[in-house]
Ligand binder design. Structure first.
Ligand code: CA
Length: 245
């Protein structure tokens, strides 16, 4: 089994928004990483993403301690967070839908399990290869995948802000797909909310991984560049570095 020294960097910026509805977990000791981008306005968005970062690591920890399969544990954690947020939304957020995206990564033995709901993303950077590990669950992205919209049309579509899968979604028929990968020395995992990823190219990630070996320095740089490039949203980033001792 490959042993890595895992280092993590993280940063969340409110940007121009009146509050920060993004939350993250960057727990190098427990090998759990998570970005959640809340929605629903007022306190609802913050509450939804706050519940995600509270519930998901706790369920993961319990399920893994009980020797559950890691992929199943991730799905279970997302299911429990989904149900809890649906219930809280029914009680408290009557005018707008309360919900949050989530992208989660957990390392267990020699694999990392990644899953998402919504449009927060995870990228794996290995050498000069950049791979998007997640699927955007926006209506625009789904229309682009089935060929109804071109990539350019999807980018400017009003459906780009409409999620069909997220935590707090009562109509979700199937949960998250879990995407495992086997880390190699030098790998970088970058996770971010759309306030970050809308202002990020593959070339940025390829070059940044070489330039910023320190994950905290890179997370700071990524968030600052998104803000500089005009992101008006909350901007959140978690960078995980897999290094050989
Ligand atoms: Ca956002």
């Amino acid at each position: 089994m490959a042993e890595f020294v895992i280092q993590v960097g993280s940063r969340s910026a409110q940007g121009l928004r009146p509050n920060n509805e993004d939350r993250f977990v960057a727990d190098a000791a427990r090998h759990v990483f998570l970005v959640a981008d809340g929605m629903g306005g007022q306190d609802c968005g913050e509450q939804a993403s706050g519940m995600a970062v509270d519930i998901i690591p706790r369920v993961l920890h319990d399920r893994l301690a009980a020797h559950d399969d890691a992929g199943r544990a991730v799905q279970q954690a997302l299911d429990e967070a989904n149900q809890a947020i649906i219930n809280a939304g029914v009680r408290q957020c009557t005018t707008r839908r309360m919900g949050t995206t989530a992208v989660v990564a957990v390392q267990q033995a020699d694999r990392v399990y990644v899953a998402n709901l919504g449009d927060s993303r995870a990228y794996l950077i290995r050498g000069d290869r950049v791979e998007l590990l997640t699927v955007d669950h926006t209506v625009a992205a789904a229309l682009a995948r089935n060929g109804t919209l071109t990539a350019d049309q999807a980018k400017n579509s009003p459906w780009g802000n409409v999620l069909y899968k997220f935590l707090g979604c009562a109509e979700m028929t199937e949960g998250a797909d879990v995407r495992p990968f086997t880390p190699e020395a030098g790998d970088r995992l970058v996770m971010g909310s759309d306030g970050l990823t809308n202002f990020l190219t593959d070339a940025d990630l390829r070059e940044g991984a070489l330039l910023h070996r320190n994950p905290q320095e890179w997370a700071d740089h990524l968030v600052e560049s998104a803000l500089r490039r005009g992101s008006k949203d909350n901007v959140t980033c978690v960078v995980v570095a897999f290094n050989r001792e």
